[in-house]
Design a protein. Sequence first.
Length: 201
Amino acid sequence: MELLKRLDRKNKIFDVALTLFSKYGFKAVTMREIAAKSSTSLGSLYIHYKSKAELYDRVLDNAYLEHAKAWRITSDPDETLESKLYRFINNFCHFMNDNVEVAKLFKREQLDADPKRIKKLAEKVLSEEYNNLKELVKEANPSCHADLTTVLIFGMALNYYETMEFRKYFPGYDDSSNSPDFIAKQIYNMAIAGLKSDLAS
C-alpha cells in the first residue's frame, strides 16, 4: 500500500511538472510551484530530486523514453517495407495524440532553444527512432536525401500536434480530421508518394 502511494505521488509530480514545463518553459517554473500543484512539500520534493534540472531530466525520460516504446519499429522479416513505414507513422501519431503535453513540451523546448536540453532530446530521446525511420527511408529509396526526408516525415506529425490550439480556427476546420489514424494515412501517402516520385526522376 505504501509503495502504491509513493508511485501515485511520483506520477502526480511528473504530471504536474510536465504540464508546467510545457506551458511556461524550464526557466519560468520553480520547484515551489511544482510542490504546491502536486500537493507535495518542498522538502519532500528535494529529497527525491536534488534540483529542478534533475527533475526535468526525469520528466523527459518518463515522457519520452517510456512511452516511445509504443512507436519503435520492431523487426519482422515478413512485414513489407510499406507496412513498416505506415506502422511507424501511425504509432507516432497515436503517441502524440495520447500525450498532448509531450507535444507541447517538445515545442516549448524548440522555443527556449537551450543547447543542452535540445541536445538531450536529439541524442538521448529521439535518436533511436530517427535512425530507425531513416533506415526505412533509405530502404524505400536509396538515392533520396535520407536525413532530410526523415526530418520532414517527423516534422509533419510533430507540427500537426504542435499547432493543435490555433488550427481549430482555420476556415473549414473539421474536428474529425484529428483522428491519429486519419493523420497518419495522410502523412504516409505524402511520404510514400515523395519517395516514389524521387525514384522516378
